[in-house]
Design a protein around this ligand. Structure first.
Ligand SMILES: NC(=O)C1=CN([C@@H]2O[C@H](COP(=O)(O)OP(=O)(O)OC[C@H]3O[C@@H](n4cnc5c(N)ncnc54)[C@H](O)[C@@H]3O)[C@@H](O)[C@H]2O)[C@@H](O)CC1
Ligand SMILES: Nc1ncnc2c1ncn2[C@@H]1O[C@H](COP(=O)(O)OP(=O)(O)O)[C@@H](O)[C@H]1O
Length: 517
């Protein structure tokens, strides 16, 4: 991925939207065809896994099969695999199964078993798909736990027990290494717990395309060969022109750092410099500026009480490491007022999020030039300021109403600004209800755990500021590029996901030529 590359945007659906798209086809008597295509997609993925592990012929594939269509998909998939020589077994978790698929499975030579055989090379989880409701209990099948430590787990449509919309999941859900999802990516595979449990995602085209609704939720994918025909392209990043000078290229002003947290300023400024921008101005007290300018001499330092006399910067970042010093917060408040008046892009992060309360009081909201970047804990505090208990419940990590996608959207609507809700999946929400989901992943697998370290949010702020200063697009595009670049830098530093780096190393990874402090 070069820095000029576009991001692929893949449509993401709620379970109900997929079901509604299927309905006319089922009514037209094409249900079996849908199921056959789904089963073929699942079998194809399993066969490729078996080939990587050794060979398909003679390998044992066992499916945990429920009583609905999800189980039926797996039984048909096993029938395909049987024809390629695999030994296929099915555990009927509910004691019964979709009749036609069970008959096909048995005709093909598959065996119904009471325990998971040893060895099972691939275990297919097909107990329940989009028809899931209520609580999920992991089947107590003999041999299952042993198989989980050796077999590759492939979820059929979605890991059984994951809510297709919110990604909520109970303790019993089996974590998949791969999920083959049918018709379109379900939101629950990228949100909440579902994002960790779904593993590598594969989409099987079952012919729903023309029937799928236009969706406001899309996933940011770095893969040019995204296996979804309906993948769209994000706005590409603009490279500087040969005629640009530092002001036309874009300038960013960063209000960051305090005696308590000088490092946050260093990280944000370093990240902006490494991302590439015409000029970075740091507004901070002398003690902070001295450290930062020593590390990044290209930075212009400005004393906070002189900020009004400086030329306005194109974009402004307010918050990293400001702490609770009332004077610093007042200075940031003045800078925010100016951005709200002139409409220039502004990022509110960390302590800067405390400024929201005042603006709500003054103006009833922020504005579409503002992006707020809370993590879950900060978002809960904002929900408290808004006295919005429904939002508070959506932001609970594992409560029954937990729903990060809707939460970001609701917050964006309430504050009338863009929201970037940070986490392993970052949710970027626009006031018009559009949402982009960015799941942090390494080689297609969920997880860039090294980002869970202090200061990585400050680095993200610097990237956001630099991109906002140099790019023309809406916050949705700019934020998606920034989050992607942040995650790519981390995944590149830590390809084995061992979480063995600190936030300042991310700056080096953003731009190999940047001289890190
Ligand atoms: N509708 C269609 O034509 C298609 C559906 N497809 C598959 O069908 C699935 C949906 O099928 P269904 O609507 O039959 O539903 P599922 O097969 O997902 O689930 C329904 C079954 O799960 C049980 N169940 C529900 N909640 C449960 C819980 N909490 N614990 C344990 N069991 C529970 C129900 O009793 C019912 O037997 C999709 O996920 C997909 O795999 C695909 O075959 C493509 C075509
Ligand atoms: N487990 C994780 N996997 C992927 N990304 C993560 C994970 N934990 C945190 N992050 C990312 O790291 C950054 C942390 O930001 P933040 O919590 O504001 O850190 P700080 O305030 O210490 O700089 C965010 O971009 C977030 O999305």
């Amino acid at each position: 991925m070069t820095r000029d590359d576009e991001l692929r945007l893949l449509p993401v659906y709620r379970g109900e939207q997929i079901r509604e798209a299927e309905a006319p086809l089922i009514e037209a008597g094409r249900g079996a065809e849908l199921m056959r295509r789904a089963a073929y997609g699942l079998a194809d993925c399993v066969a490729k896994i078996l080939q990587r592990r050794g060979r398909v012929y003679g390998a044992t594939v066992t499916a945990m099969v429920g009583s609905g269509n999800n189980g039926a998909d797996a039984l048909y998939a096993l029938s395909f695999l049987r024809r390629r020589g695999a030994a296929v077994r099915a555990v009927l978790v509910r004691g019964c199964a979709h009749q036609a698929s069970l008959a096909a499975f048995q005709r093909a030579g598959g065996r119904v078993v009471e325990s998971v055989p040893e060895p099972t090379e691939v275990l297919i989880d097909a107990v329940v798909g989009t028809g899931f409701s209520g609580d999920y209990q992991r089947p107590q099948t003999p041999g299952l736990e042993a198989a989980l430590s050796t077999a590759t787990v492939v979820a059929c449509d979605l890991p059984s027990g994951v809510d297709a919309d919110t990604g909520q999941a109970g303790d019993g859900v089996i974590s998949a290494e791969h999920t083959v999802t049918f018709g379109g990516i379900k939101q629950g595979l990228l949100a909440g717990a579902g994002s960790h449990l779904s593993g590598q995602l594969h989409t099987a085209d079952i012919g729903l395309g023309p029937h799928l609704p236009k969706t406001l939720v899309r996933a940011v994918s770095p893969h040019p060969a995204a296996d979804v025909a309906s993948a769209g392209r994000g706005e590409p990043l603009r490279s500087p022109a040969s005629t640009d000078h530092k002001y036309s290229r874009g300038t960013v002003g960063i209000h960051a750092g305090s005696d308590q947290f000088p490092g946050a300023a260093q990280l944000s400024v370093g990240a902006a410099v490494a991302t590439g921008v015409g000029m970075v101005t740091l507004v901070a007290p002398e003690t902070v500026r001295a450290h930062v300018v020593a590390a990044w001499p290209e930075t212009l330092g400005v004393e906070p009480d002189q900020q009004g006399r400086q030329a306005r910067t194109g974009a402004t970042v307010l918050g990293p490491g400001l702490g609770n010093d009332p004077q610093r917060l007042n200075e940031a408040q003045a800078a925010l007022e100016q951005c709200l008046d002139d409409g220039s892009p502004c990022v509110l992060d960390a302590s800067g999020l405390q400024l929201i309360r005042h603006q709500l009081h003054q103006r009833g909201g922020l504005g579409h030039n503002v992006l707020i970047t809370p993590h879950l804990g900060e978002a809960r505090r904002i929900a408290g300021d808004l006295r919005d208990q429904v939002l508070g419940r959506m932001l609970a990590t594992d409560g029954p109403k937990s729903d990060p996608v809707e939460a970001a959207r609701r917050l964006s609507g309430s504050l009338d600004c863009f929201v970037l809700l940070k986490g392993a999946t970052t949710v970027i929400a626009a006031p018009d209800a559009e949402v982009l989901l960015h799941r942090a992943q390494t080689h297609g697998r969920p997880g860039v755990p090294g980002l869970a370290t202090a200061g990585t949010g400050d680095v993200l702020c610097g990237i956001l500021g630099a991109l906002a200063a140099t790019q023309q697009g809406s916050w949705l595009d700019v934020a998606a590029h920034a989050v992607h670049r942040h995650t790519q830098a981390a995944a590149g530093l830590d390809p084995r996901a061992e979480a063995s780096f600190g936030a300042s190393a991310l700056i080096r990874a953003l731009s190999p030529s940047a001289v890190a402090p």
